[in-house]
Design a binder for this molecule. Structure first.
Ligand SMILES: Nc1nc2c(ncn2[C@@H]2O[C@H](COP(=O)(O)OP(=O)(O)O)[C@@H](O)[C@H]2O)c(=O)[nH]1
Ligand SMILES: [Mg+2]
Length: 388
């Protein structure tokens, strides 16, 4: 600056010629333009553009604003979808399933033009895919019915029909759960032993606590002391109390007591655990039906949701289990666990296809955060993603 302004001052003082004057004006203008450019650039660096809202951290209303029924902040299954958040975690959770039948279909369709004997091969892959024979036949017949002879030679067209039909099967038409519709809201969790009921309840409790709800757990698996202790450990992790009865006592009365306490003490949500191992199937179903009747004595509108937990590592067995439970109980949702540990996750298609019950959550690990609200769009996109 100094070296420029000094000659300028000197030049003005010594009455310059017209040529010198225009040269000096030009230099002066250039300097001003350079200074303005530098200032403009610095300002832009200092003021970055408005950041886009972070989709992974949706703003939850504070507790004070959640009392109105329409302002339900609730977790996952009901909240506005945190757009595409956690896709990588879902991809990791589905890695094994993606390497199973999906990879085999992809391999079959990997050539630019498919050979004439594609259809029998495709049928075989689908039938051995752990999605259940009924669903396999359904997908196969959709491919045949939708595509013309020439389209059947186009791998992208075949892939797209399978993917879109899978999406349709998973999108069971069912309204999302409104956990603020009742107080206390009673969620009954059922399923055979070892499928992940207690673990799922612990994870769910943590999510609802995070959403600002007052949660009470009912230790309805009274047959094993260890089952009650396990629920208590989850209760501590999630920071919620657990109602327990005597070992070997009546599960119905424990759940009844929990609902009564929730009514007295203003809890928002009661999640009831149940036993899954009884000697005979009929005995288990009769026990669960009794639980349901007794719950109705505490609150005639309850249970507000009954979720069946199924273990995806059991493959097609889960479809048979789901059928049995559905015959005995009204089931409003499915939780499919252990997707992280199996290539048999495609069974989810068979479950929703045969039962028309919505999948509410999926378990993708043993940790407290490893329970994801099920989103058919995301699930199918990740399952059928061929980019990796
Ligand atoms: N890998 C994995 N393990 C799970 C998942 N959910 C539950 N488990 C495990 O499955 C086992 C049985 O779970 P538990 O909740 O006791 O089943 P319950 O008998 O139905 O109550 C435990 O070792 C859990 O840690 C999951 O999503 N992924
Ligand atoms: Mg249990």
């Amino acid at each position: 600056m100094f070296s420029v302004t000094m000659p300028l001052a000197q030049a003005i003082g010594s009455a310059p010629s017209t040529d010198q004057t225009s040269l000096l004006v030009a230099v002066g203008l250039a300097v001003v333009v350079v200074i303005l450019l530098v200032v403009w650039r610095l300002r832009h660096k200092a003021l970055p553009s408005q950041p886009a809202a972070d989709p992974s951290t949706p703003a939850l209303p504070s507790r004070a604003t959640t009392d109105s029924p329409s302002a339900d902040p609730v977790p996952a299954a009901t909240s506005a979808k945190p757009a595409r958040a956690g896709r990588d975690e879902l991809r990791a959770g589905l890695a094994k399933t993606r390497s199973g039948f999906i990879a085999r279909i992809a391999e079959l369709l990997s050539k630019k033009q498919i050979a004439d004997d594609l259809l029998p091969q495709l049928e075989e892959v689908l039938l051995t895919a752990d999605i259940g024979p009924k669903t396999a036949e359904h997908l196969f017949s959709q491919v045949r019915a939708t595509l013309s002879r020439s389209e059947l030679k186009d791998p992208a067209a075949v892939w797209s029909v399978i993917k879109e039909e899978s999406r349709r099967l998973l999108q069971v038409d069912s309204p999302p759960v409104d956990f603020s519709a009742h107080k206390p809201f009673v969620l009954l969790v059922i399923g055979v032993n070892g499928v992940g009921k207690t673990t799922t309840i612990g994870k769910l409790a943590a999510q609802h606590v995070e959403a600002g709800r007052k949660v009470l757990l009912a230790a309805g698996d009274t047959f094993r002391a260890a089952a009650v202790e396990q629920l208590e450990i989850w209760g501590q992790r999630a920071g919620v109390p657990v109602v327990r009865g005597k070992e070997g006592g009546d599960p119905s009365s424990v759940i009844f007591e929990a609902i009564k306490r929730a009514q007295r003490e203003g809890f928002d949500l009661v999640i009831a655990d149940t036993a899954g191992r009884l000697h005979v199937k009929e005995q288990l179903m009769a026990e669960l039906q009794k639980v349901r009747r007794v719950i109705k004595k505490a609150d005639p509108s309850a249970p507000h949701e009954t979720w069946l937990v199924l273990d995806s590592t059991q493959g097609q067995n889960t479809i048979a289990q789901a059928r049995t439970f559905k015959e005995a109980m009204e089931i409003s949702g499915i939780v499919l666990t252990k997707l992280d540990g199996t290539a048999k996750g495609g069974v989810i298609l068979g479950i929703t296809h045969e039962l028309s019950v919505p999948v509410r959550y999926i378990g993708v690990g043993e940790k407290i955060g490893d329970l994801r609200a099920f989103d058919a769009e995301d699930f199918v996109d990740v399952l059928y993603d061929r980019s990796t």
